[in-house]
Write a protein of this length. Structure first.
Length: 356
């Protein structure tokens, strides 16, 4: 199994277009994923065999006000080292968890790294022996994700509905579309391994209507792996902002979560779109991991808050205006997604000919 995993990683590196003598940084933290304590060594071996000039940097987490925070953010020394690489592979423990990212992708520092042409590859998977192969970057996923991004790029309006009461519209005129294809294969591109997602950041004050998060849907929440919804959560939105959150226990947790952030965290602006990863599984699987949550085929991905992430690569980034300290939101099944009144996803099933 050890050799097989290294071989799989070498194939992933080929998808990232890693070339001989490229400068690659393997970025890790001291905290290790217990499902694969030696995963960094597999990546380092694969990089060595690929001929890349690889360097492993282990970043400590620093405690501040009782929470672990990044030790890289706002440190010029670390920033300059990262900017000098061709590719950064950021190995993280299982997301969301309690371990901070070495650098927040929704930051000016991160955008600056990408603008210099550095590729950034996040890897957020537990059980890599299974999940690297299950969510291996496949051409058909990449193609339909890129085709979906083309449709979203041209669209001006988005509408989301569901038979449970969701009916929300928003404007995206002029905003770039994002194709999350899972591999950082061109200069200035950020990716998360295994992902498949089409999304954009809507105009910050444009969302209006109602959203209903149903049992079976999920919501990322600090301090736990993932908040699974057991009772309907009804949300009213006006002029881009969440005005009320009603429901049972989960509604209260979401209210508390948003209250711990700032006013702009209530904005329906982080990103919105649909999943394209047909190998993704639901939370009841032991192998459920970040790309499953974001990329589950036909799911409605809706994150609120910060959206300043941008990148020079095509169909990558949001280029929004919201600088909240919050970014998160639900992943919902069985929703219907329209672009300019053209149906793309029907009750959780991709139906548009160009991207199903």
């Amino acid at each position: 199994m050890t050799r097989i995993l290294t071989t799989v990683i070498k194939g992933i590196l080929e998808q990232m277009k890693v070339k001989e003598n490229e400068k690659v940084i393997l970025l890790t933290t001291r905290e290790i994923d217990p499902t694969s304590p030696n995963i960094a060594e597999h990546w380092f071996d694969a990089l060595t065999e690929s001929g890349a000039q690889s360097l492993r940097i282990t970043v400590p987490s620093v405690e501040k006000n009782g929470k672990l925070v990044s030790s890289v953010q706002n440190r010029e020394f670390d920033h300059q080292i990262l900017k000098q690489s061709d590719l950064i592979i950021n190995l993280q423990v299982k997301f969301p968890g309690n371990i901070p990212k070495p650098i927040n992708i929704y930051s000016d520092e991160f955008n600056d790294i990408l603008r210099g042409g550095t590729r950034w590859q996040d890897v957020m998977m537990n059980h890599p022996e299974t999940n690297y192969r299950r969510l291996y970057p496949r051409d058909e996923i990449i193609k339909k994700t890129q085709e979906g991004a083309k449709l979203m790029q041209e669209a001006k309006t988005i509408r989301i509905t569901s038979k449970h009461g969701t009916d929300m519209t928003m404007d995206k005129t002029g905003r770039k579309a994002m194709a999350c294809i899972g591999v950082a294969n061109e200069p200035g591109r950020w990716e998360n391994l295994g992902n498949g997602l089409v999304c954009c950041a809507p105009i910050e004050d444009s969302a209006n209507g109602n959203m209903v998060i149903m049992p079976g849907d999920v919501f990322p929440h600090e301090g736990v792996d993932l908040l699974e919804i057991r009772e309907p959560v009804k949300i009213k939105v006006k002029d881009g902002k969440i005005k009320s959150i009603e429901g049972g226990l989960e509604a209260g947790i979401i209210r508390k979560h948003l209250a711990s952030k700032d006013e702009d965290a209530y904005s329906i602006s982080g990103h919105i779109g649909w999943g394209t990863q047909d190998a993704a599984v639901l939370p009841n699987s032991k192998y459920f991991t970040t790309p499953d949550y974001e990329g589950y085929s036909g799911n409605m991905q809706n994150h609120w808050g910060k959206n300043i992430f941008d990148a020079p690569a095509k169909y990558n980034g949001f280029a929004g205006l919201n600088r909240s300290n919050g970014h998160g939101g639900p992943s919902c099944l069985n929703n219907t997604f329209y672009l300019d009144d053209e149906i793309i996803v029907n009750e959780g099933k991709l139906v548009h000919d160009k991207c199903k």
